[in-house]
Design a protein around this ligand. Structure first.
Ligand code: SF4
Length: 384
């Protein structure tokens, strides 16, 4: 009999598992709280579980963490972990502390099949989907590691962004239970507003997410017309802008926020010209040759591109980025330029294209130097 990984279960799944063992639902709640709220990895530590159950569990299940291959901390408090997911694959999670929140960027796949031009994960190709347990294990490890090192029993991670390696909506069946664990009051108790799924535009799965577990949505846009987006985000050939923007409009009634976040990686001379800003405005207003329909309430996040070998792309100069933002802001579209975080450990604040590629580069470099790296991790208290 295969030993089940209890990190693979949302609460309903754990209740079903317990039932198969002849146990009542409240046992599942106890187990779930021990695992996710207290970070227990051993059944012996779960002192309010009946001894008979504690003795029964090790034969049929375990709490299976990911192996940490490397861990680095930036001077700004950003911490990244490289996790071994077997067969030579590694994924990365990044913790970004801010004064009012602690955000964890989580990976959903080893590699990615979408193949965005500006993303080194995409250049590496797709290896495999992560299981629910492997997605949850990133949060489980980070939360309880941070609590221990900050010497606090209070929650440290207040926000999760599914913006690490992989396209989460191409791993939908593993993603949904993982999101439910994050949201469950017996689990991490995060609000739907504080859990964000980022997609390059898997339209049918956006509709399903709205039905199944409508969390905040970020869309990797990166181009204001189909010709350019076909080139930068190949999934656009399957789900062009007209379908993507319409899917955003359909998502909003279920969304916990009244806007979609559009991510836009700034690429020198490619998508960063004034005419692109104007095309982008027309697109989100539904007055574009590529999408005509209701306007899409949104915020736009401009991401400075982090070059990587063979990309053939450069980051837009800072004045160009600011000028692009100014066009959008002047037209009333809230536009921010992403701050980079963790530069000294190559862990720019986590999301989407530019950041994903940055983290992926970091993962490659970390893997290369992990045998020589000896710097101890020091965790800086948030807001310090
Ligand atoms: S940007 Fe995201 S969707 Fe595109 S290749 Fe990279 S990981 Fe995949």
């Amino acid at each position: 009999m295969t030993t089940a990984n209890l990190l693979d279960f949302d609460l309903a799944g754990l209740a079903a598992f317990c039932e198969r063992l002849g146990e009542k639902r409240f046992r599942a709640v106890q187990l779930f709280r021990w695992i996710h709220q207290k970070g227990a990895a051993r059944f012996d530590d779960m002192t309010d579980l009946a001894r008979s159950l504690r003795e029964k569990l090790p034969a049929v299940c375990e709490i299976r963490p990911l192996k940490v291959m490397a861990q680095q901390e930036s001077t700004d408090g950003t911490i990244k972990w490289l996790f071994d997911v077997g067969d030579g694959n590694a994924v990365e999670a990044v913790f970004i502390p801010e004064d009012d929140r602690g955000t964890l960027c989580v990976s959903s796949q080893a590699g990615c099949a979408v193949g965005c031009r500006f993303c080194s994960t995409g250049h590496q190709g797709f290896s495999r989907n992560l299981s629910t347990g492997e997605i949850v294990a990133q949060l489980w490890f980070a939360e309880h590691f941070l609590r221990k090192h900050l010497k606090t029993s209070e929650r440290v991670i207040s926000n999760v962004v599914m913006m690490g390696m992989g396209e989460p909506l191409q791993n939908y069946s593993a993603l949904v239970p993982a999101l439910k664990v994050m949201l469950d009051d017996h689990g991490y108790g995060l609000s739907r507003r504080r859990v964000t799924v980022s997609t390059s535009g898997v339209v049918p799965m956006m509709d399903r997410l709205a039905q199944d577990v409508p969390v905040a949505l970020a869309v990797s846009l990166h181009a204001p017309n189909d010709t350019l987006r076909d080139n930068l985000v190949p999934l656009n050939r399957k789900y062009p802008l007209a379908e993507l923007m319409a899917a955003c409009v359909r998502y909003l009634p279920a969304a916990p926020r009244d806007f979609i976040t559009f991510e836009y990686c700034m690429l020198d001379g490619v998508n960063d010209q004034p005419e692109h800003a104007q095309q982008l405005l027309a697109l989100i207003r539904g007055q574009s040759a590529f999408y005509s329909g209701p306007s899409v309430p949104c915020k736009i996040n401009l991401i400075p591109f982090n070059p990587f070998p063979d990309s053939g792309l450069r980051c837009s100069p800072r004045p160009v980025v600011l000028a692009f933002a100014e066009v959008l802001n002047a037209a009333g579209v809230v536009t921010t330029v992403r701050k980079t975080r963790g530069d000294d450990i190559d862990a720019a604040c986590g999301q989407l294209a530019g950041d994903v590629l940055d983290r992926t580069n970091a993962a490659q470099r970390m893997a290369q130097r992990r045998t020589t790296e000896t710097r101890p991790v020091q965790v800086v208290r948030r807001g310090a």
